[in-house]
Design a protein around this ligand. Sequence first.
Ligand SMILES: [Zn+2]
Length: 243
Amino acid sequence: MFDTPNPDVGHLLVITGNMMSGKTEELIARIRTFERVEAIRAQAARREDIVYKARRIGVYKHGLDTRYSDTQIASHSGQRIEATLVDSPIALYNDVMTNTYGIVACDEVQFFMERDADGYVIIKVLAQLLRQRCLVVVSGLDKDFRGMPFGPMGDILALADERVSLTSTCVRCGAPAVLPQRLIDGRPAAWNDPIVFPGATESYEPRCRRCHVTFYSESTEVYPVDTRSVVDVVRAEVAAADE
Ligand SMILES: [Zn+2]
């Protein structure tokens, strides 16, 4: 179905794109393929009398994502795979080291917002896993509902050896959808709306750039000016959602 990289070097595959574009489906398909490839390589090595230790696969997801299941990665189409919940990049790294996984998969990687003086901590963790020759495959949303890069995803994409970018279908017009539309009580949310209004129903749907609506609630500016960085805004949202 697709090439599996050389086991002697690190490799980072990033699956990205809009909501409902099949990112998790693709991640699960890759994990299944890696399992098959490792089993075949181990068999082939036995035939040739070569020592090959099949790499074990660690599957993770960010602790924020409990939409479908607590301990599984689940795609919209119903595919499922067992996963370990981690709530920080360091927790992810420590678990990989403890279990000596050679292949690491992680869903919803955009939620790893922690930063230190060098930038996003998840970048350091991924770079370290690559130095340790891990095959790493992550999936995550590339843009937030404002159409801005989602947390660490821009940096993760820059670090990648291989990128798969998926789109969904705009629910308004059927065009390829690249942005998540945030709705509060069925109406487009403003750029600066708080994450959840008491009593309000919040939802998201995939839209194309033409149908995607974002505005600043105190004015009619199309391109809002927010003195906070987008990272701070999203981090505040994640913190609010955490409570
Ligand atoms: Zn559209």
